[in-house]
Design a protein around this ligand. Structure first.
Ligand code: WT7
Length: 640
């Protein structure tokens, strides 16, 4: 990396540019691509689409009926065909997937493109045998094992819609998602390893399917413990036994739903984000190619769980669409020892390593100095929340050894693929800045009135049409929410991200954080409203407010303020339990406070800002709209 240090108004600005070697390997070597794509983004995405196999070519590339849009209209495609068959000719025996179990004495599994093709086809036939049809919803509640990838691809192959539910989510969270989508089949496992313990996933799945429309349950034997199955349940291995090794892929319309993935918004209920067959495939393919720059000798490891969008796009579809080899790891990055992630990079000669700031900060805390050379690495990357300068520099120096470009990739569940990041062969890499929008992606930063902000002025990050093809097509069964959340703040032609950002003089973008009540705990997206709803369901609770407060490792942690009904008593541990049961371990609060009143505006809106500022010892700001200023004193006492 060439380093540039610039004195700017008395402070030093750090910036790196790709080395010659880095440029040489890169698909994109020059800035010209931005100009070309910018002139005609529709053509740019069409050219990318042409690199894939379509059963029928589209007749209209982009159709905009605000706030709805379509891509590759009239085209027919299948993502599983493009992930598998498209690679069979040249890469039949190339390893597609390296699976690393958490227990170190267990064997690594390798699946070649051909083996993956065969397993997916067999399982696709098995799903058909279970009665799954095109457009049916298949729930996937699975750990990080190869069968999860097989299940997703098999479901896509027969035109079913998958909805993956994070394996650490509670049965309650699973049930809400299965019910909302009327899922017909659930694929799960008998368990998995996490930090050395066996997690009994089947038990949670049993609870979660109760009172849903699920008719069949498929169980993968991961742990291999003895289970007695009920009539509607089948073992995965028994189901695929004897199945034919070929299942014709469904020719899907470009705008048919590929999957639904739930995420948290600013209100109480999780939203089912819709992604479609054509556009998503194209964006997953091209962003993986240009950003992670996967060549035939690369080994890509993205640490994100398959239950999140990063898992979908960059631990499954993106690498496979590019014929790449990728690593899937079952367990914790610091188990059995803090350096497990380093051992993984060494063992598998990982060349591209993609993780989250919360993990980076944990690595830094646990192993300040990285003694391993990690010389296989070529690109390192981060996602999920803003990366602070200290963590950026540590990752760049200790892991990338000042040799690898550090890509800070900004995107959302809703955008399906990366929107903003510097490209490895172009740069520049500036600590805490995501960089330029991906070619063909148009973004802007607007003030409250909708005017474009000047350099260094903070504002609302928006996406302008033609929206990249992988962006969401709607919220499942909730058109109103789609319009309200994304297409109302600046009209129905501008997508509002809910993030605050600014540009520097060069146009490099820095993401500051959310403008709504979404919080990020160890890169997991949670909504304060959703957490509050869960706590308020308890009959003893009168009302509650949840705020996210900064944390050195996790980015943010949860603080809950509870007002109980008169004479009712409730313990801190009970609040913890309610949240863990309602969502999962990730929702366990760091602080629970009992108060008699919450700060509110005259219209009755809870002023979370006041709670947050009290906790972080910041000035309270304008409190003239506060209806009950006296509560501040009590809260101060309770939290001290
Ligand atoms: C929110 C979306 C999409 C991958 C995982 C997160 C924040 C994401 C960055 C980044 C600063 C980031 C934003 C965004 N975010 N990446 N590189 N820098 N903030 O997906 O759970 O849908 O969360 O994560 O606030 O809106 P998600």
């Amino acid at each position: 990396m060439e380093r540039l240090k610039k004195e700017k108004q008395g402070r030093t600005e750090l910036m790196w540019w790709p080395s010659k070697e880095c440029k040489k390997r890169a698909f994109v070597k020059s800035k010209k691509i931005y100009e070309e794509a910018g002139k005609n983004p529709i053509k740019f995405w069409e050219n990318a689409a042409k690199e894939l196999v379509w059963f029928k070519k589209w007749n209209k590339a982009f159709l905009f009926e605000p706030p709805h849009f379509k891509w590759f209209v009239g085209g027919k495609i299948n993502i599983s065909y493009n992930c598998l068959e498209r690679n069979l000719e040249k890469r039949k025996d190339k390893i597609a997937l390296i699976w690393e179990p958490e227990p170190i004495n267990e064997k690594t599994r390798y699946l070649s493109y051909y083996e993956l093709f065969r397993e997916v086809n067999k399982f696709a036939n098995a799903l058909k045998e279970l009665g799954v049809k095109k457009k049916d919803v298949v729930g996937i509640y699975m750990p990080m094992i190869p069968e999860t990838i097989i299940a997703m691809l098999a479901s896509a192959r027969i035109g079913a819609i998958h909805t993956v539910v994070f394996s650490a989510f509670s049965p309650e969270a699973l049930r809400i998602r299965l019910k909302e989508t009327n899922a017909k089949v659930l694929i799960t496992a008998d368990g998995y390893y996490r930090k050395g313990s066996v997690i009994n996933l089947k038990k949670y799945a049993d609870e979660g399917v109760r009172k849903t429309d699920v008719e069949k349950v498929v169980v993968v034997k991961r742990i291999g413990k003895k289970l007695r199955l009920r009539r509607r349940e089948h073992f995965f291995n028994e189901l695929i036994e004897g199945q034919k090794e070929y299942c014709k892929p469904e020719a899907m319309n470009s705008e048919d739903i590929l999957f639904i993935l739930f995420t948290s918004g600013s209100t109480g209920k999780p939203k089912g984000v819709i992604h479609v067959c054509g556009g998503y495939t194209v964006q997953a393919y091209l962003t993986t190619k240009y950003i992670f720059n996967l060549l035939d000798d690369d080994i890509f490891w993205s640490t994100a769980d398959i239950g999140w969008i990063t898992g979908h796009t960059y631990s499954c579809y993106g690498p496979l669409l590019n014929g790449a080899t990728f690593v899937l790891y079952e367990g914790a990055l610091d188990y059995p020892k803090a350096d497990r992630w380093q051992q993984m990079i060494k063992k598998h000669r990982v060349t591209v390593f993609y993780t989250a700031p919360t993990a980076i900060r944990m690595f830094e805390k646990e192993v300040a100095k990285v003694k391993e050379k990690l010389d296989s690495l070529k690109i390192i990357a981060s996602v999920g929340e803003p990366i602070n300068e200290e963590a950026w520099l540590w990752f760049f120096k200790e892991v990338g050894k000042e040799r690898c470009p550090l890509l800070d990739t900004y995107w959302q569940t809703e955008t399906g693929g990366i929107l903003i990041t510097s490209l490895p062969g172009v740069g520049p890499f500036k600590p805490t800045f995501a960089g330029l929008p991906f070619p063909g992606v148009k973004v802007s930063i607007l003030d409250e009135k909708g005017n474009e902000c000047k350099a260094n002025e903070k504002g609302n990050l928006v996406v302008l049409p033609p929206f990249p093809p992988g962006m969401l097509r709607g919220i499942y069964k909730n058109e109103k929410k789609y319009r309200e959340t994304y297409f109302s703040k600046f009209g129905n032609k501008i997508y509002f991200t809910s993030d605050i950002a600014y540009k520097d003089e060069k146009g490099l973008i820095r993401i500051v954080g959310r403008s709504d009540d979404v919080i990020k705990v160890a890169a997991h997206r949670l909504s304060t409203g959703e957490l509050e709803n869960i706590v308020e369901k308890d009959k003893r609770v009168s009302e509650c407010a949840v705020v996210g407060i900064p944390d050195k490792i996790k980015g943010q942690v949860i603080a809950v303020f509870v007002v109980t009904k008169t004479k009712e008593k409730i313990k801190k541990e009970e609040i913890n339990e309610i949240l863990v049961k309602g969502i999962g371990k990730i929702a366990k609060p760091k602080f629970v406070f009992f108060v008699s009143e919450l700060p509110k505006t005259r219209s009755g809106k809870i002023m979370r800002r006041i709670l947050r500022n009290l906790l972080t010892k910041q000035p309270l700001g304008d409190i003239s709209t506060l209806q009950n200023p006296r509560c501040v004193e009590e809260i101060k006492k309770v939290i001290s």
